[in-house]
Write a protein that binds this ligand. Sequence first.
Ligand SMILES: [Zn+2]
Length: 220
Amino acid sequence: MQMTKYLIILGPPGSGKGTQAEIIKDKFDLFLFGTGDLMREEAKRGSEIGQKFQAVWDRGQGELISDELVDKFVDQKMQEIDLSKGVIFDGYPRTIKQAENLVQILKTKPENIVVVNIVVPKDLLIERMSTRRVCPKCDKIFFRAEEQKIKSCDDCGSALIQRQEDQPETIRKRIEVYEEQTRPLIDYYKTNGVLVNIDGAPPIDEVAKEIEQKLQEILK
Ligand SMILES: [Zn+2]
């Protein structure tokens, strides 16, 4: 019997994780569980749980939504999803507690969960993100904008800006927070699941190819 495929994607800010999650979803015909997007959608819908998310965000203290609430949401959402396809999780789990709950929610064992961990050296992440500029009007992102002398958006003509979150010091901080939060999770999956480390330094299509090759061996 073909087992349902459960994947998790991990990677620091600037690792291209979101892009790779989309590619994997298409190549392996999975449901992409984009936790952040789904939570924002839920808040917009104004459901009971959505209102609780909104309340935390409105407080604006950079406070995290509790494990309990996130797990409850994932559990609810999973019941709405066609599971014959398999799922790739992006942005969940973030803590060991959530990882342990995920096993319960999926009614599976950790060894049936494949974790794609995109690894990129810190210096490269900082360089990638600090050289990108954004259109304040349509949010289009331009990489290495200054090097290419791109000053305005080719879609709407607005002058490009550097976001606060893309300042080198802010980036360094975000990466450190990510590493601190994720290290226990990586250790957990190293011993309990199937952890696949991917070199995220090469261009997007090369990284995608490496992921595809490694996943094909594991998921066949
Ligand atoms: Zn624009």
